[in-house]
Design a protein around this ligand. Structure first.
Ligand code: SF4
Length: 401
């Protein structure tokens, strides 16, 4: 499955957009960012939007923002009425579609084949555990068995897959097995996602029941990463402070400043548009278009910057970096710990999430001496990730390699 895949250490800004079709889902994952909206049928973001509205957003992502790929989310996108027509439209306009999916619907081989035939480039399958642990985490008995059948179908018909795996406390004993599963099905990449409450889980809504401390996560996480590294499968870890893993593993850590340089992550510019409520609701029309610089300028962090909207000293990379700081500090509540003040990585690291610090404190933070790496503080967010060999799909080779 992976023979035509190339890898590179060249880091370029991603051109991948994202859409939320509606918060309707066939599972009830207890850590879901949107669990309130998924449960509440009267929430304006709960019902799926129309096929025509989704197509209009896709056209904007392609023609205005210059995106060339899209992550399609629901809730669960495979149960969106018209998903095949939407994927077909997406592929036709040059916005190569990925579904972020639990894949249960694809336990039926013909459903899997129809999606592939509609032009889906790959699936990002949410494998948040295995066996009874998975069924428990997602709240549906029998879900694991269906997901394994779906993965078998993907292998059989040649549908490329990547994995997402949320680092819940109960999943930790299974991480190495998830990694081995990724190897066995030929997954192109695996993303491990650490504690990062936002949306419905913000403001203390997230309970501590299934959250582990970084120091508890690190040993099984590193073991799973070793399985993937040994098989030359790309592995990424999101929302994990740099100081919590040994130096050689930091090339795999993607916090808000690193995410724009991962081709499988979302373009902050178009994300600023699709994240606005009208683009996430069935009812109503679309918002006016907004540039990344305009989106940044709405934040108090940049509102008082003289001539921010037209300052020629601000580069495109700077705009993405400013957006990263807004997302981490303002949207998600990340903040520096006492150790960060003496850390050579403080300019490229998000620090600790405020909710995490409230649960566990900040004693795990350990300042990294940048002088041990290069003299002076590190300012390039690509400092570590420049060493990582990342997947470039054949369609992206001309511009990304
Ligand atoms: S900036 Fe803070 S959280 Fe980040 S690596 Fe340094 S000490 Fe750790």
């Amino acid at each position: 499955m992976s023979t035509s895949i190339q890898k590179t250490t060249r880091r370029v800004l991603t051109k991948r957009g994202v859409i939320w079709l509606g918060q309707t889902c066939n599972l009830r994952c207890r850590f879901c960012y949107f669990q309130t909206r998924i449960e509440a049928k009267d929430h304006p973001e709960h019902p799926f939007m129309s096929l025509d509205k989704a197509k209009s957003i896709f056209d904007i992502l392609r023609n205005h923002y210059g995106n060339n790929a899209i992550d399609i989310q629901g809730g669960e996108p495979t149960i969106f009425p018209g998903i095949e027509e939407l994927c077909s439209h997406s592929a036709k306009i040059g916005l190569l579609p990925t579904l972020i999916t639990n894949a249960l619907v694809l336990a039926k081989r013909d459903a899997c084949q129809r999606l592939k035939d509609s032009g889906v480039r790959d699936l990002l399958v949410s494998v948040h555990g295995l066996g009874a642990n998975y069924d428990d985490v997602v709240g549906v008995p029998g879900a694991h068995k269906l997901q394994m059948q779906a993965l078998d179908n993907c292998v059989a018909i040649g549908m490329p897959v990547r994995f997402n795996c949320v680092l819940t406390k109960s999943s930790l004993p299974h991480l190495a097995d998830v990694a081995r599963l990724a190897v066995s099905v030929g997954a192109r990449a695996v993303n491990f996602i650490a504690f990062n409450p936002f949306e419905d889980q913000q403001k203390g809504e997230r309970s501590l029941d299934d959250v582990a401390a970084y120091s508890e996560v690190a040993p099984p996480l590193l073991a799973a990463m070793d399985v993937l590294r040994g098989a030359d499968i790309e592995v990424n870890v999101r929302y994990f402070p740099l100081c919590q893993v040994p130096e050689d593993y930091r090339q795999h850590l993607y916090n808000f400043q690193q995410l724009p340089y991962d081709l499988h992550e979302w373009d902050y510019a178009s994300w600023s548009f699709t994240d606005m409520k009208p683009q996430r609701m069935r009812e109503g029309g679309l918002s006016p278009l907004i540039s990344l610089r305009e989106a940044n300028f709405r934040s108090p962090m940049y509102k008082s910057w003289p001539n921010y909207l037209a300052d020629p000293a601000i580069s495109v990379d700077d705009e993405y970096r400013h957006s990263a700081l807004i997302r981490s500090r303002e949207h998600c509540g990340y903040r520096e710990t006492p150790a960060c003040a003496a850390c050579g990585m403080r300019q490229i690291c998000d620090g600790f999430h405020g909710d995490y610090a409230a649960f566990f404190g900040t004693d795990e933070a350990q300042a990294i001496a940048s002088a041990a790496v290069v003299p002076g503080p590190i300012v390039d967010p690509r400092h570590y990730i420049n060493a990582q060999r990342k997947v470039v799909e054949p369609e992206d080779a001309a511009w990304a390699l």
